[in-house]
Write a protein that binds this ligand. Sequence first.
Ligand code: NAD
Length: 269
Amino acid sequence: MKIAVVNYNAPEAVRVRKIMLKRLATAGFTYDQQHPDLVISIGGDGTLLSAFHMYEQVLDKVRFVGIHTGHLGFYTDWRNFELEDLIHSLQKDQGQAVSYPLLNITQRFSDGSTSQYVALNESTIQQKTRTMVCDVYLNNRLFEGFRGDGLCVSTPTGSTAYNKSVGGAVMDPTITGFQAAEMASINNRVFRSLGAPIILGKETKLTVRLHDDSDCIMTCDRQTLHWNRNEKHLADITYRVDDRRISFAKYRHTNFWDRVHESFIGDVQ
Ligand code: NAD
C-alpha cells in the first residue's frame, strides 16, 4: 500500500509525522505523496479538509485516515498516542471503507464560462456590507426570493460544522443529499424565503441567482473562491450532490451519531 502523509504545520503534528513516517517505513509501507492509496492526515478537521482538497482529483483511488493531535474531531478517528494501533490496522488492511456524499458547486459566469468545485463540508455565499438579494431555484423552477446575509449549503458530514451554527439540521450521512441553510434572512412581503433549512436529494439541484454579485464572497470549505469581477460576473451558482464520494479507511470509524453525541451533548444525567 502506498501512503501519503499530510500534516498541520505545528510542532506536535510535525513530531507525529516524523514518528509515523519512520514506523510506516519499518512496517514495509511505501511513502508516496503523488499517487497514494491511502492519505493520513495529522492535525485537526481543518487538516483533513486540506488533505481532501489536495487529492480531490483522485477520490476514486484514495481512502483517508485522520489522526488528531488534540481532542477527537469529526473526520479524525485516531489520537496521536495511538500510532501503533493504527500501524497494526494498516498491516491487516483489506480495503474496508466507509464513504460519504460530497457537494458539487458550479459557478456560471456572464461570459458563459464555468468553474466547478467539490466541498467536503460546505459552500457559503455571503454579501457582507449590504444584504444579499437572490432568487433560489429548485430544478430550474423559482422557489423563493432570499434577502439576508447569505446561504450555507452543506454536505451531510458538514452539517455539524458551519451549517449547525446557522441553524441547519444535523443530517445522517447515510442519506445521499445536501442541505441549504439561511444566514439571517429578512422576511417581508417582497422577499419571502422559507425561513427553514431544506434538505435535498440527489435528483435535485439548487440554483442561486444573485441580483448583484459585486460584494459577494463565496467559500468552499476553508477556501475563498476568487474571480475577476471586472472581467466576468456571476450569472448563477448551482449546487448538487457530487458524483464522487469521500472514503475513509474503516478500521475503527466512529459511528456518526456517537460522534455528534460526544461532541455536542456529553454525559446525560
Ligand atoms: P478549523 O479547521 O479550525 O475548524 C473550525 C472548527 O470547525 C474546528 O473546531 C473543527 O473541528 C470544526 N469542524 C470542521 N469540520 C467539522 C465538521 N464537519 N463537523 C463539526 N465540526 C467541524 O477552521 P477553518 O479551517 O477556518 O474552517 C474549516 C471549517 O470551519 C469550515 O468548513 C466551516 O465548516 C467551519 N466554520 C464554521 C463557522 C461557524 O461555525 N460560525 C464559521 C466559519 C467556518
